[in-house]
Write a protein that binds this ligand. Structure first.
Ligand code: PLP
Length: 420
């Protein structure tokens, strides 16, 4: 980055600071990960210069032979990875992937059944300020109070009562397996389309460590930057019969020119995910999440639904005299990054929350395993028990530093930057 350093030292310094922050802290935000150097190189290149409105072989501009190559490779790899009939790799984000499906299949005012945001649903699943809540009649379904798991009988009852045109399965903060077959049965009963938003669990699905929604759903959307460990972006998978409608809705419906440098990085992400080593990584992500859940549970923290089947867990702090907001701030001062999160039937507002969402994709990428996870649980416990004791928090911070030094991330990138 010697050119950047010379032309814009402020931005160079901020990027250097961000690399050091990522390397020096323990990243437990469940939706984040660390991409490979190959993905960084694929994304930071001259394909950013190219306008490529349209699709491979059918572009509005000339000079698309190389970006066509890249987009076709990305599509074929994603098809193989998830067993999909048709793939659109152009959505700029997960939100835009969802928007394209809503707008292609629904009319404004149509009814959709989706996961309640207070039980783990995403903004695009019906938040009042989001396009989904503004333009569609979204009926939320939640989890059962006694189990904190999806209640398929209740979802069926709501579907029969409201006759939605589309049912959306998938979440941002749900730690258990989702039964897509049951969703399909409910959809068939009421004549609804099934959209599965697998953004959080796409990496697990790619490796067969969570059931695949593709055989059951007409539409599957995902982000590429969470467990899938690719660049920040989105993808839509759908059945062949909807291919034209989806493609037309992405472009020209809701987007202009695709970000070809990001599509190049997505292609690399899919290649990495097709490698057998990716399954080993995902299996370790789940093992680490379980280890974190077990260790915190032994220390007296209640884990929502009693544990986890995937890459994340929700810690209930309502008996700890701590809000999720306070807890995440305290942990950050100690070098541990996590986010506040509503828990099912939370009595606090979304700004405060009673929960903490913890995920293991990023720490697993840097090589951390169960033994170190037990240590991390201990550090979390120490920090949360002494929220005002600077000395204790500093000691935790030092221990976090020691751990991150044992498992460095982007060591070579940092060396390159120092040389610049
Ligand atoms: N869907 C789910 C389930 C998510 O958790 C997220 C992001 O957190 C999105 C969609 C949206 O992704 P993006 O932030 O890329 O718009």
């Amino acid at each position: 980055m010697k050119y950047l350093k010379k032309i814009d030292p402020q931005i160079f310094k901020a990027i250097l600071g961000e690399i050091k922050r990522q390397d020096g802290k323990l990243e437990l935000i469940a939706s984040e990960n660390f991409v490979s150097r190959a993905i960084i190189e694929a994304e930071a290149n001259v394909m950013t210069n190219k306008y490529a409105e349209g699709y491979p072989g059918r572009r509005w501009y000339n000079g698309c032979q190389f970006v066509d190559l890249v987009e076709n490779i990305a599509i074929e790899r994603a098809k193989k990875l998830f067993g999909a009939e048709h793939v659109n790799v152009q959505p700029h984000s997960g939100s835009q992937a969802n928007m394209a499906v809503y707008f292609s299949m629904l009319n404004v005012g149509d009814t959709v059944l989706a996961m309640d945001l207070r039980c783990g649903g995403h903004l695009t699943h019906g938040h009042a300020l989001n396009f989904s809540g503004k333009y569609f009649n979204v009926i939320p379904y939640g989890v059962k109070r006694s189990t904190e798991r999806l209640d398929y009988d209740e979802i069926r009852r709501l579907a029969r009562a409201h006759k939605p045109k589309m049912i959306l399965a998938g979440a941002s903060a749900y730690p258990r397996i989702i039964d897509f077959k049951k969703f399909r049965e409910i959809c068939d009963e009421v004549g609804a389309f099934l959209l599965v938003d697998m953004a959080h669990i796409a990496g697990l699905i790619a490796c067969g460590l969570h059931p695949n929604p593709v055989p059951y759903a007409e539409f599957v959307t995902t982000t590429t930057h969470k467990t899938l460990r690719g660049p920040r972006s989105g993808v839509i998978l759908c059945r062949k019969q909807f291919a034209k409608k989806i493609d037309r809705e992405v472009f020209p419906g809701i987007q202009g020119g695709p970000l070809m440098h990001v599509i190049a990085a997505k292609a690399v992400c899919f290649k990495e995910a097709l490698n057998p080593s990716f399954k080993k990584y995902q299996a370790q992500v789940i093992k680490n999440a379980r280890a974190l859940s077990d260790a915190l549970s032994k220390k007296g923290y209640r884990i929502v639904s009693g544990g986890t089947d995937n890459h994340l867990l929700l810690v209930d702090l309502s008996d700890k005299n701590l809000t999720g907001k306070d807890a995440s701030r305290i942990l950050d001062t100690a070098g541990i990054v996590a986010n506040k999160n509503l828990i099912p039937f939370d009595r606090r507002s979304a700004n405060l929350t009673s929960g903490l969402r913890l995920g293991t994709p990023a720490i697993t990428t840097r090589g951390i395993r169960e033994k170190e996870v037990a240590k991390i649980a201990e550090l979390i416990d120490i920090a949360l028990k002494s929220p005002k004791d600077t000395k204790v928090l500093n000691t935790v911070k030092k221990k976090v530093k020691k751990l991150t030094r044992r498992f460095p991330i982007y060591k070579d990138l940092m060396m390159d930057l120092k040389r610049a």
